[in-house]
Design a protein around this ligand. Sequence first.
Ligand code: ATP
Length: 876
Amino acid sequence: MAAEQLPFHAETGKAALERLGSRPQGLTAAEAARRLAEYGPNRLPEVKPRGPVARFLTQFNNVLIYVLLGAATVTALMAHWVDTGVILAVVLANAVIGFIQEGKAEAAMAGIRSLLAPKAAVLRDGVRVTVQGADLVPGDIVLLEAGDKVPADLRVIEARGLAAQEAILTGESVPVDKDPNPVAADAPLGDRRSMLWSGTLVTQGTAKGLVVATGAQTEIGRIGGLLAGVEQLTTPLVAQMDHFARWLSFLILLIAALLLIYGYFVGHHDFGELFMAVIGVAVAAIPEGLPAVMTITLAIGVQAMARRNAIVRRLPAIEAIGSVSVICTDKTGTLTRNEMVVVAGETPEGAFAVTGDGYAPEGEITPPGDLGRLGRAAALCNDAHLHRRNGHWFVEGDPMEGALLAFAAKAGAAGPEERLDVVPFDSRHRYMAVLSADGVTRVKGAPERVLRMCRDIDYGCWHDRAEAMARQGLRVLAFAERVEGSDEIDAGTLDGGLTFLGLLGLIDPPRPEAIAAVAECRSAGIRVKMITGDHAGTAAAIAAQIGLARPDRVLTGADLDKLDDAELAMEVMDVDVFARTSPEHKLRLVTALQANGLSVAMTGDGVNDAPALKRADAGIAMGLKGSEAAKEAADLVLADDNFASIAAAVREGRTVYDNLKKVISWTLPTNAGESIVIVFAILAGLLLPLSPVMILWVNMITAITLGLALAFEPTEAGTMQRPPRARTAPILSGELVWHVVLVAGLFIAGILAMFNYAQDRGYSLALSQTIAMNTLVVLKTFHLFFIRNIHGTSLTWGAVKGTKVVWIVVIAVTAAQFAITYVPALQVILGTEAVPFWDGILIVAVGAVFFALVEIEKQIRLGLRAGPGGVTKESA
Ligand code: ATP
């Protein structure tokens, strides 16, 4: 054995294979399983999450808790032990609620992350299979193409035009060329061109690489990178409210301090009572629970989207997706099923039709002619494989190529041939060429492109034939070949030197659910635009089947190139179908749409789509056929590549935004109402309608129950019939401010009226306060039911029926109120007295009147907004 072993980058690929006991065909499945047990999963060690104790302790780090702890100290010094006990109970309850909420939110996000776990294409037993990235072991042979993320540290065995972007390791953002040649043993990391590093991105070319290190053994694992940045559960709106709540808290503390000074020196109140009342005001007014409930709302929204196959990568996107006004989508696989079948074709000998379903190599070709050369081209100029499992045929690789393999089998084209060279498909040149061991280069690609490469054909005639097939909605490919003199393809000489073989037409039926989703988007005021690399005729035919608004006008990539940015910004509003585009056009289209003030969602799958995805308001990557590069650039990933999932995400995005708004609309006026009542009483030197301990109680009990219910609200009816909200619309709109004023006013009126009524009847102060407290809770409950339907009426059966969560919390809160009102032991602590039956009925009646008033006010407002023609403000 050699005394010193060369590092992998310095030895030959062959030596590396031998050292790791592997072969170019890859490991056997059994050997891979054995190695997985030996080396462990290919995963970076996770950043240790904070322990539960640390998480619990951080709950005490907020303004409200400081105020309460301060208050507990003061009351303890004054030996008001009951008050101290109640305050400490509230502190504890708050911390426990925060702890549980945060845990739930974190678990939701962790669940989402696991959905995005990367996969890798490997050779096992000589067959290409897709495995979880975590299952890679040293010795595995990995196949990579442009857009892939390198799943482990690899020794490059084969490479074609390969380059990788290694910024996460080297800081260098310019891609580095890679090839299998060994480099000097002492070459620095950035110069080891024979290696691909885990976590970096393949920007171009294709490669076959040998796994030499996995998990923590990789370079990125050694520097402990990648996972360090754990995402915060926040969005612009939540951050904004967090900020707002913090400053509001300080303002409230200031007012409370002034109130204390005023009450003591001017109002001559007893300090102990006054102090507790002021604490009550602060607790009632500080919207501390607000950011926490908003976080829960987000977490629930993220989970709801995941259930609908839309995985949120960046949380702010959850707000953005709810506000989109135009969706730019790919065609293949998103609007269509991407289950292709060759149904027609034409060679210089004549046209033919093909029958058969799926990828099964069974079907008829009529009239049967000699399609051997066309069939061989379809089979050999191809990267896909067909497998048979349980009697069904599956494709590994591109479905279109799978369909070509099935066609080749039907045409009786002979089996595989060793490959000498290849020009990979690229959406910019739209063709692919393969040189096989029989010395023939076979080319397939977009007809316009391939026909131009052929000699001795009538270009115009064949071009028309291809157009005619495309107009039927078929995807058309042209095939050609030439005998090669060497064992390399000189791509520069392909043009003009090929022999034309024929055309094939593939159907790719639209997804029925995509048709429904497009209609839903249109009713929601969202324009849907198709941006495809496919032929204009095919694109227009599919656009009509899918139900786009204007399927007839098509702009091609060539047309786009002729327009300057200003012209494009005008045109883009009138056109819904863009064909033969390259990824660069997507970026221009996003920019042009945004220039019109639209909020744009854009889908993408390839490595070159990344800039457009980043630029879009909501970048959406395909989870199945999308490259890792596109996923990294995207805000959302579609688990099923389906357009219907985008519409579902919009719906959920709107729901989350609505719910955030509902949480705010419920909290602010409630807090304002109950605190102003006390402030008013102190300033006016009146009896306190609610005792401070009662205020602490009400805030604690409603925070765990009513306050949380809105986070679980389902989508309101009509959510997808509303036009999109303006991105710039502020959350603290005039309407919300008015709502705060109105509801706070009604709360004050209701509480004071009931308190005074009780006093007039000669009830004791304790009973009067008990009645006022129960009135407050009933008002909060009715307000909750009102808020549930801010866009429609609350007076439908569905609205009254509510959700399970709403009724659970209402029952819980009612039970708690009955307990503290009527259970003697609790009456002692909270200073309550049993409320007579008819007064109880009166309290509920006050709630009902409140509900009627705000509901009528809302209907008037909605009616005014809709205007005489029923036109809404936004769409006008
Ligand atoms: P969409 O944007 O709707 O998803 P697409 O992504 O399939 O469409 P591209 O992949 O850019 O569009 O393909 C554009 C054209 O290139 C196709 O219409 C076809 O003519 C040709 N083409 C696509 N894939 C291949 C391939 N593997 N080999 C040769 N030609 C191809």
